[in-house]
Design a protein around this ligand. Structure first.
Ligand code: PXG
Length: 460
């Protein structure tokens, strides 16, 4: 069975974000089922999924209520569009609930199939908004280096991932990038709060260099996810907010990862007290059970598009897909009735923070940081306290050791990141931290070239 699947995988399946040739030589790990915070591979290994799939399985695996919501809707109305003066109850109910949960000035939602499509929608809305306001020159968008906003052409142009830009040109014009508030990686030991203010000052400098009359919007994740779980210094967001308030520039907060409880609030914007004009969403919206995304649209933009816009020539076959919307609605209802957000804020987040911080004393760890249920470890050479030479691949080594010992912990370069399901229990956090520590020990041994037995599957 494994052999068949792996052979067929090799023959036919081009995986996302993969070196096709290297993967085909190595073979993929086959995941066959999942329950709670664990995934199971076809060898029967149970692996603690500290990435919640790909930052999305917020309610954990195996929630029958979500399965029932999908099957009920699929039987009743599996598909209909909402293009030509039609609508259907699941999308409407979901829109209503989202607007109730979002900050008070947000009362409209546009649905998409993914986070990338949400950011394509954002770009079109922002540019359309200013054109309708009689400011057709106000079309530039400022984003950040090392941001992730998706993989479509607009998404990756908004994102600041240099390797993606290098492969994807020409990029969508009119988008530029400023420095990121990555204290560990880029501050040279500056005081964190001063560093945060400097990063916000870079926004103002860019606005002035471009001309405020030409800048349409600033887009950013509350906490950068794919870039390496980068939590900005506390000074950063208030200073950014002040800059945007000073000039007439829209704020787009990408909530694809930080939305739906990750930071202990319904939206990351609420943690930082932001009032975005637009919020792209996806992932945790349906806990990943079915694909759905959208853009939450603040009154300022929505009312202009509605009152002055005429037809907005934009939409997707699966905008507001009934089954996806039904699952997302049930997902939000469960999060609300089970008090998931409060538990992350008051219990799980602080518990993880305490246990995660213990890893900071490990010789391989230069920094251990977390906020809500997102966390990162920065790997450093114990001999120097500095970054390892990139060619050693310390992060990937640590990730592979984790996987082999029953833990999914991602690496972004030499930054190890976690983003577990929001239903993780204390004893599962303990297991996560214990396995992470053991993997750090093993990584350190291997990097020091101490002879150890070959890496093997050591799972129960
Ligand atoms: N915005 C953010 C902040 C994201 O994290 C997207 C938009 C795009 O969403 P879709 O649904 O189109 O994938 C994302 C997606 C990684 C990784 O390596 C992260 C994402 C996607 C793929 C890989 O951490 N985030």
């Amino acid at each position: 069975m494994t052999h068949d699947i792996q052979a067929l995988d090799r023959a036919h399946y081009l995986h996302p974000f993969s070196d096709f040739k290297a993967l085909s030589e190595e073979g993929s790990r086959v995941i066959v089922s999942a329950q709670g915070v664990y995934i199971v591979d076809d060898q029967g290994n149970r692996i603690l999924d500290a990435m919640a799939g790909l930052w999305c399985v917020n309610l954990g695996y195996g929630r029958e209520e979500l399965v029932d919501a999908a099957t009920r809707q699929l039987r009743e109305l599996p598909y209909y569009n909402s293009f030509f003066k039609t609508t259907h109850p699941p999308a409407v109910r979901l829109a209503e609930m989202l607007c109730r949960l979002a900050p008070a000035h947000i009362n409209r939602v546009f649905f998409t199939g993914s986070g990338s499509e949400a950011n394509d929608t954002v770009l079109r809305m922002v540019r359309r908004y200013w054109a309708l306001k009689g400011r057709p020159d106000k079309q530039l968008v400022i984003a950040r280096e090392n941001a992730y906003h998706g993989s479509t052409v607009a998404g990756m142009s908004l994102g600041g991932m240099a390797p993606m830009h290098a492969q994807g040109g020409p990029l969508v014009p009119g988008i530029c990038h400023i420095r990121q508030p990555y204290w560990f990686g880029e501050s040279n030991g500056q005081d964190p709060e001063a560093f945060g203010r400097d990063c916000a000052a870079a926004l103002e400098e860019r606005i002035l260099a471009l001309g405020e009359e030409r800048v349409a919007a600033f887009i950013a994740e509350p906490v950068q996810g794919a870039g390496g779980a980068i939590i900005p210094p506390e000074s950063y967001w208030p200073a950014v907010k002040a800059v945007l308030d000073k000039y007439d520039i829209l704020l787009v907060v990408d909530e694809v990862i930080c939305g739906f409880g990750r930071l202990g609030e319904w939206f990351g914007s609420m943690h930082y007290g932001l009032e975005p004009d637009l919020m792209p969403i996806a992932k945790g919206l349906s806990s990943g059970y079915l694909p759905i995304g959208g853009v939450l649209v603040g009154d300022r933009v929505a009312e202009t598009l509605i009152e002055e816009g005429g037809e907005f020539f934009h939409g997707f076959t699966y905008s507001g897909h009934p089954a996806c919307a039904a699952v997302a609605l049930k997902n939000l209802e469960l999060m609300e009735s089970e008090g998931i957000i409060e538990r992350v804020r008051n219990d799980l987040g602080p518990y993880l923070a305490r246990r995660w911080a213990e890893l900071a004393t490990h010789p391989l760890v230069g920094e251990a940081r977390s906020l809500g249920l997102i966390g990162a470890l920065e790997l450093v050479d114990p001999a120097t306290g500095e970054r390892f030479d990139k060619s050693l691949g310390a992060g990937n080594l640590c990730r592979d050791i984790c996987f082999a010992s029953g833990l999914v912990m991602r690496s972004v370069g030499d930054t190890m990141i976690i983003s577990p399901p929001l239903v993780i229990a204390h004893h599962e956090i303990d297991e996560l931290v214990d396995k992470a520590r053991a993997a750090l020990d093993e990584t350190a041994r291997r990097l020091a070239n101490t002879p150890t037995p070959p890496l093997q599957e050591t799972l129960a």
